[in-house]
Write a protein that binds this ligand. Structure first.
Ligand SMILES: C[S@@+](CC[C@H](N)C(=O)[O-])C[C@H]1O[C@@H](n2cnc3c(N)ncnc32)[C@H](O)[C@@H]1O
Length: 258
């Protein structure tokens, strides 16, 4: 039996599947043992962006694999001095990807909006609390993770809920990433408040939005995409793992109705 067959058989066992489910649900960082290998493969596969894709692997969070690479690429592709807004940062896994790409480009800012208090929808809160328990504050861990990844100077922190932060926001946005509260009502309110700031031609990215996904209090993003992210307002919608990427149509007004 080849090594591949052994690994495939192992992955089919209940023990592995339970471990894998918990690993994903709790946003575990990659195991230390695998890091030297992924460092090489990330570099070979993603070029310079691989450095930040690899650094984000050490941060607990939920942006992994192909969607991590695509998010970094979306940030990298933006014009000079790009304005990126992330709603929901937790410990900085996706912020490292967004800000790493802007570091490589040498300009732009990533605005991270999160109350850093482990609040959110009923499905997520017990998970956030378990990850938070006993350690330093989420805010200080977030900042440490950004420092360690070498991207702190590309990030501006807004320690508020998305619904509050928007009240003082006025800048047109190049890339808007939704990954905060996941309940339908809050996702829709947040979308209505923030999406008018996305520039025509700008990129919308919505995490946890696989079509048909249903989980009480946690399926707001999937329902948002099903209901609103389509032509003529959005073009080129594409699902990568669980993030939907779409381009706001050039003819859509920057401040028109969502
Ligand atoms: C799913 S986590 C973000 C994960 C992160 N983007 C990553 O890649 O790992 C959601 C974060 O949004 C925060 N949050 C909850 N409600 C929010 C709100 N109304 N506005 C902004 N952030 C919120 C949560 O406390 C949590 O830190």
């Amino acid at each position: 039996m080849s090594l591949t067959n052994v690994l495939t058989a192992y992955r089919r066992t209940k023990a592995y599947q339970d471990w894998d489910y918990r690993h994903g649900l709790y946003g575990k960082p990659d195991p230390l043992l695998t890091l030297p290998f992924s460092r090489i493969s990330d570099w070979r596969r993603w070029g310079p962006l691989g450095k930040y894709i690899w650094r984000s692997r050490r941060v607990p969070g939920w942006t992994r694999g192909p969607e991590a690479a695509r998010l970094a690429q979306a940030s990298f592709a933006l014009p000079e001095h790009a304005v990126v807004v992330e709603l929901g940062s937790f410990l900085g896994c996706s912020a490292v990807l967004l800000a790493g790409a802007r570091t490589l480009r040498g300009s732009g800012k990533v605005h991270c909006v999160d109350p850093f208090d482990a609040s959110g929808d009923d499905f997520s809160v017990p998970i956030y609390r378990e990850i938070q328990s006993g350690g330093p504050t989420l805010r200080s861990r977030f900042e440490d993770n950004l420092e360690r990844a070498g991207v702190r100077n590309r990030v501006e922190i807004h320690p508020f809920r998305a619904e509050e932060a928007v009240e003082t926001w006025s800048t047109p946005i190049d890339l808007l990433f939704f990954d905060g509260h996941q309940s339908y009502d809050v996702v829709m309110t947040t979308y209505q408040a923030w999406s008018p700031f996305l520039k025509p031609g700008g990129t919308l990215a919505i995490h946890n939005s696989r079509t048909g996904y249903r989980q009480e209090t946690h399926d707001g993003s999937a329902r948002l995409v099903e209901e609103l992210i389509r032509p003529p307002r959005y073009e080129n919608a594409e699902l990568v793992k669980s993030i939907t990427f779409a381009r706001k149509a050039a003819c859509a007004s920057a401040s028109g109705p969502a």
